[in-house]
Design a protein around this ligand. Structure first.
Ligand SMILES: [Zn+2]
Length: 158
């Protein structure tokens, strides 16, 4: 099990992560470890993550996981995304409440694009591209922010 980095001023969480260049067994192993860590319930809160970025577990590569179909009647599925990039954002924004494994107990409403299109590499290096909506888009944007050193509380209006 990997340890979750926490805190708004944590240097690892504030790092702009670098691209993955080696698509090897090591990467597959790390992605599997991330999945296990995300699936683990917090013993205090009973909350499980629906997304996880590599720097949340101390690794500075551009790797994230999102759980698809949260809040839908469809089966949930974990999608690992390597070197993800947003290629389109919807002009409409939606306000939804977010939390984060790295900021336990903090929940705040954040406005983000309702839909996005993204491209990313699979663990084998193959490129994929598709649109994401609802919670899929929300989780993807939250995790992508992590890879750029941004936390959801940074959107707080001053
Ligand atoms: Zn987070």
């Amino acid at each position: 099990m990997l340890t979750i980095e926490t805190g708004e001023t944590n240097k690892i969480l504030r790092t702009h992560c670098h691209a993955v260049t080696d698509f090897d067994k090591n990467l597959l192993h790390f992605v599997a470890e991330m999945e296990e860590t995300m699936a683990q319930e917090d013993p205090e809160t009973g909350i499980r993550g629906v997304g996880l970025a590599a720097n949340q577990v101390g690794d500075l590569r551009r790797i994230l996981l999102i759980t698809l179909n949260v809040g839908e009647r469809k089966e949930q599925k974990v999608l690992p995304m390597i070197n993800p990039e947003i290629t389109w954002i919807s002009p409409q924004k939606v306000l939804m409440e977010e939390g984060c494994l790295s900021l336990p107990g903090v929940f705040e409403y954040v406005a983000r694009p309702a839909r996005v299109q993204a491209r990313w590499q699979g663990a084998d290096g193959t490129w994929h591209e598709r649109k994401f909506g609802k919670w899929d888009a929300r989780i993807l944007l939250h995790e992508l922010d992590h890879l750029d050193g941004t936390l959801f509380t940074d959107y707080r209006k001053s």
